[in-house]
Design a protein around this ligand. Sequence first.
Ligand SMILES: Nc1ncnc2c1ncn2[C@@H]1O[C@H](COP(=O)(O)OP(=O)(O)OP(=O)(O)O)[C@@H](O)[C@H]1O
Ligand SMILES: [Mg+2]
Length: 378
Amino acid sequence: MSFQHPPAAGMSSVAVASAQRAIIARNATLSVRRGKSAGIKVRNCASVISTAVSRAVIATAAIPILPAAEERDAMNQRETVTMNELPKGIHQITQVPNDALGNLWKSIIMDEQTKNRLLSQAVLNFTLRQKVARSVIPLHGVIMLTGLPGTGKTSLAKGLAHRIAEAFNSKAFKLVEVEPHSLASAAHGKTQRAVTDLFGQAISEAAQSGPIIVLLDEVETLAADRGKLSLEANPVDVHRATDAVLVQLDALAEKHPNILFVATSNFPKAVDEAFLSRCDLIIEVPLPDKDACLRILRDCLGGLSRVYPEMRRLLEAKGLDECAQACVGLDGRAIRKMVANALASDTATAMDPGSVTMAKIIEAAKTARKVRLKENRA
Ligand SMILES: Nc1ncnc2c1ncn2[C@@H]1O[C@H](COP(=O)(O)OP(=O)(O)OP(=O)(O)O)[C@@H](O)[C@H]1O
Ligand SMILES: [Mg+2]
């Protein structure tokens, strides 16, 4: 299988900006010329320019911007393109493989079988769909991750993009992050239009320059369950936006076998049935069991002890098992935050985080669990 390679890497941000300006100008000129030669009067210059801008952004999106040294450290050398000019609804485009995304994948502790299942389905998407007709296997190229808040869905989805590129040993893949909330519009009919533009133009064009993994985070905002919408409480617009998502997914599935959508939701009951039916695989990401809680604690304390070496003693502490037990019922995010709460249990510890004791972490875990139980009862 061959994937197209992205434009040359290593250009400075100034070079990227000037490359983009050149492409915008060329695309706009071409559009105007095409319009003229076809006898079409170009009435809407703004729309010509906006299409040219989105094409230019997508064409140069794989080029990493080189930020200042300290910024680069903060980004953990993540080769990411974040630009105001990205097409509406696209939040970020990142070339993969990417170590920061690889670390996200590793940071999510869950049973390896489920992680492998997820990766295998994603890989199959890029091997099988290019070759097998949809009349044989009607894959849509959509994987859905459901689960309670803080269980690691978004981290897994982003990390998956890295693992796919790694599996194919290719630099042609990109992660395209969609920002569904920016599409919602109060104006009648606008959301449907924005959804159609995003899928039909921006995503479709991005897929022309190579294989892409598209993250649809919190997909219930895009594909709301039409059956549960009260037309009074929810505008017809939402209904139409869901229709548009379904129509566009079908069209993209036909046209672009090199797209994989990874959708996440912590509220799957609010997602439209027809969207769920289009998913090739739905994985429920569970709360960590006791063993996973122990591994998350170890991972978190291990990470902290790289900064505060005196914390290494906690990895061998007797109370670690009791602490893991106290964490059962918490999600991975809550466990990591609970450790931060322990570091802030008093001002002296906050001033010197390395001095935290296992007793303080156990206490923080018990408190976090009590709060969680109360929330669940409410
Ligand atoms: N199973 C896990 N193992 C280790 N860390 C975890 C796990 N689950 C969540 N975390 C940590 O919790 C944080 C939040 O994860 P993430 O944002 O991916 O969760 P999410 O499921 O997308 O949440 P939400 O539904 O609220 O969007 C991350 O820092 C992640 O490392
Ligand atoms: Mg999330």
